[in-house]
Design a protein around this ligand. Structure first.
Ligand code: SF4
Length: 259
């Protein structure tokens, strides 16, 4: 186990004034590399194969599902898209279905009118400009209507296996609360996390952090007594120093609704 008293290896080195001046936010974590490795090693034991909860069958349905999930729960999106994706799992099929029908399928999701409009518009762009395929770069993805940086990151990670850090409300809270990668904006947190998360854990890190935030380090109350990194955590809000037993969690725990 990592020694919590280790001095931070993440601090900019003393002789890197020039670099530090150019990039003031280089690495802000108060955790040493050994501590960061230990945090993510434990997360990897708890959830060896973390997966997003949004149901999809290909990159296109993933883009649509993620775009629909803004200000909605994954469970709510899945409920609506199950029937939709059965008949429209490609951009062309979505266009053939038309905005009005799409709206009917997703009317249980918040902001559904605008989202239906975006689903049709992004399908149109995929057909017109990308040969009906979902592009594999962030710059191209964020051109799609209704697709922001966070959505693009989720798609790059889940559909194309690229290590990205899609900062949602849970990740933003944890990064600041435990001071792993503090930042005032999601972009700042994303930038810092990409630097402080040990490379070997980067691919799954965003899922681990989301799930940790959703089920343990919750918004209303951090359940530190159930936390496997309670001994390493440097949050001023922490209420317990003893780590919870490190065991693999049953898959059903990952998908349950909480909060
Ligand atoms: S010890 Fe508490 S505050 Fe720290 S990560 Fe765990 S749940 Fe969050």
């Amino acid at each position: 186990m990592a020694n919590p008293k280790l001095k931070s290896a993440g601090k900019p080195s003393q002789n890197s004034n020039v670099i530090a001046r150019r990039k003031p936010a280089a690495v802000k974590s108060v955790y040493s590399l050994a501590e960061r490795e230990e945090i993510f090693r434990r997360f990897s034991i708890q959830r060896p194969e973390p997966r997003g909860e949004l149901e999809h069958s290909n990159p296109f349905t993933l883009v649509v599902a993620v775009a629909l999930s803004a200000q909605a729960t994954d469970a709510g999106v899945n409920k609506a898209t199950r029937a939709l994706f059965k008949i429209a799992d490609t951009p062309q099929k979505m266009l053939d279905l038309g905005e009005e029908k799409v709206r009917e399928y997703i009317r249980t999701i918040g902001l559904y009118r605008n989202k239906a409009k975006n689903v049709i518009a992004l399908s149109q762009m995929l057909v017109d400009e990308f040969g009906g395929e979902v592009p594999q770069t962030r710059d191209e993805l964020v051109r799609l209507p209704g697709v922001g940086r966070k959505t693009a990151n989720v798609v790059l990670s889940m559909a194309f296996g690229q290590a990205t850090m899609a900062v949602d409300t849970h990740i933003f809270r944890i990064a600041n609360r435990i001071r792993l990668a503090p930042g005032k904006t999601p972009d700042e947190v994303e930038d810092r996390l990409m630097k402080v998360v040990p490379k070997q854990y980067l691919y799954h890190a965003h899922h681990w952090l989301i799930l940790h935030g959703r089920y343990t380090c919750k918004a209303r109350r951090a359940e530190c007594e159930r936390c496997v990194i309670a001994d390493i955590c440097k949050s001023p809000e922490k209420s317990c120093d003893i780590p919870a037993p490190l065991v693999e969690l049953p898959p059903q725990v990952i998908g349950e609704a909480v909060e």
